[in-house]
Design a protein around this ligand. Structure first.
Ligand code: GNR
Ligand code: NI
Length: 171
């Protein structure tokens, strides 16, 4: 297993649209294991392959308290959605920034598992938010895209300042 580097907004590589996996192989199983290790280390509840610079439609998540219920979705598709909810979102690619986003409240997602077999799952609450957030990453979208242009500029400024401070601290 290996920990991977998480790209940070506004890295243009976060804008790439990921390609479907043609057949699930050891390559995808290794990537999923590395992404889970990366996600657990960063204390996130989800991670999309786009965030670790891999252009394939694969995401991982674990919303359990004990961090022992990893889930892997390959070529995920939302096949039904209903209702709406507003959730305060964060993102490992936008560190330290939190903002409310409106999403569907209930979804049904279809995907392939690590065994290559299709499955369907219903999700609501935070699980539904997380799956929508991760599929957005696979489509080159980041949650700050939903903010007003003004708020988004404030986020960009804050991240730039933080990066400068980080660089000065190392120097
Ligand atoms: O760790 C994460 N927490 C989170 C909280 C509210 C809504 C979405 C998320 S996903 C995020 C991890 C991440 O950036 N996944 O892409
Ligand atoms: Ni994210």
């Amino acid at each position: 297993m290996a920990r991977l580097t998480i790209l940070e907004f506004p890295d243009p590589r976060l804008r790439r649209v990921a390609e479907p996996v043609e057949s699930v192989s050891d390559r995808e199983r290794q990537l999923a294991a590395d992404m889970l290790e990366t996600m657990y280390h960063a204390r996130g509840i989800g991670l999309a392959a786009t965030q670790v610079n891999q252009g394939v439609r694969l995401l991982v998540l674990d919303l359990s308290e004990d961090r022992n219920e990893p889930k892997v979705f390959i070529n995920p598709e939302i096949i039904a959605r209903s209702g709406s909810q507003a959730c305060e979102e964060g993102c490992l690619s936008v560190p330290g920034i939190y903002a409310e986003v409106d999403r569907a409240d209930k979804i049904t997602v279809r995907a392939l598992g690590l065994d290559g077999e299709p499955f369907e799952m219903e999700a609501d609450g935070l699980m539904a938010v997380c799956i929508q957030h991760e599929i957005d990453h696979l489509d080159g979208k980041v949650f700050v895209d939903y903010l007003s242009p003004l708020k988004r500029r404030m986020v960009e400024k804050r991240l730039k300042k933080q990066k400068q401070r980080d660089a000065e601290a190392v120097a």
